[in-house]
Design a protein around this ligand. Structure first.
Ligand code: NAP
Length: 315
């Protein structure tokens, strides 16, 4: 039996590559630019893309694959894929929502606590011998009982809010519409009003052009000099230039960031900021969750190839 041809783009380990190869004839690439280097016969036969890269996947790349029917993204954020171009070509797009909510929310909530309580500098204080030579660290900022504003109360945003509510925080949120939430949570239709009302902002928006710079210089100023921003969404959702300036000048107390513009080649000014906690996009990076994401990606491809309804379609 001839297996359907799948192009897997973006660096897959055996945990995903082996089951892919059991179901499909797979060509592994690192970036969409390499599609053009495939033999004509492979490009003519390709039915599906399993996408794990972060480089833009645009209509020109799709046009190299006349039989392409599905792009199955590994991750809930699919902003690297030109969904309009896919839709215009009748190509389905899927993502992996839900299975990573807990891990990303765990990271976001703990980043906020860690940044308030200066846990990473505190660890360095011990490791460098400063504790022994200089004594106690400067005092940190209280986290429990603070007012936190979630920017984007979607699947992950809601899980973050639930966790921070357990830290006795007052929950405020901004979304395009009010949600069904526990009594006492405050909805702000206006994002700037949210920033004015809270001590901390946690950003859980989708990425992409529509949310570019959503957390604006005005919002950062409104949060104030004692404010802390956590971002687990995409680097693009915050005015990064304004945030760096505010961190440099003390107009913002701190930031805890899992995502950056241009990652992994982040703005080098971040590296000099001792009031920024910097993580290498590890929100969903556990063995268990990555396995679940890979399985859901493959299930969508299998459903497409079988002519069954897709499990988690974007379009
Ligand atoms: P979701 O359920 O779709 O929630 C997305 C949120 O973004 C919603 O609150 C939504 O607002 C808001 N939003 C969407 N389009 C908008 C627009 N044009 N203007 C303003 N707000 C808009 O998605 P999710 O599953 O929670 O995932 C959120 C994002 O987290 C992903 O897209 C991804 O970028 C990021 N993520 C990061 C990691 C990591 O490792 N750091 C891992 C997974 C996901 P409404 O409530 O008004 O609809």
């Amino acid at each position: 039996m001839t297996l359907p041809l799948l192009i897997a783009i973006g660096g897959y380990a055996d945990v995903d590559a082996v089951p892919m190869q059991a179901a499909c004839d797979v060509r592994f690439l690192m970036s969409p630019d390499e599609i053009a280097t495939l033999p004509d016969s492979d490009r003519a036969a390709a039915r599906a893309i399993a996408y794990k890269a972060h480089a833009p996947l645009n209509g020109a790349a799709m046009d190299l694959l006349p039989e392409l029917g599905i792009i199955s993204n590994y991750g809930v954020g699919y902003d690297a894929i030109d969904v309009d171009a896919a839709q215009a070509r009748g190509i389905r797009v899927t993502n992996t929502p839900g299975v990573l909510n807990d891990d990303v929310a765990d990271i976001a909530a703990t980043m906020l606590i860690a940044q308030c309580r200066q846990m990473v500098p505190a660890s360095d204080w011990v490791r460098t011998g400063t504790w022994a030579s200089e004594g106690a660290m400067p005092l940190a900022r209280k986290a429990s009982g603070g007012k936190v504003g979630i920017v984007g109360l979607g699947r992950i945003g809601r899980e973050i809010a639930d966790r921070l509510a357990a830290f006795k925080m007052e929950i405020h949120y901004h979304s395009r519409s009010a949600k069904d939430v526990p009594a006492g949570w405050t909805y702000h239709a206006d994002a700037l009003a949210l920033a004015e009302a809270v001590d901390f902002l946690v950003v859980a928006l989708v990425g992409g052009p529509e949310t570019q710079g959503y957390v604006s210089a005005e919002m950062i100023a409104a949060l104030g000099a004692d404010g802390i921003i956590v971002n687990i969404s995409r680097g693009s959702t915050i005015d990064e230039e304004a945030m760096i300036l505010a961190l440099q000048t003390g107009a913002l107390r701190g930031a805890a960031l899992d995502v950056f513009m241009g990652e992994p080649d982040i703005d080098p000014r971040f590296l000099a900021l001792d009031n920024a906690l910097l993580l290498p996009h590890i929100g969903s990076a556990t063995t268990e969750t990555r396995a679940a994401m890979g399985a859901l990606q493959r299930q969508n491809i299998a459903a497409f190839l079988a002519g069954d309804p897709l499990l988690t379609p974007v379009v």
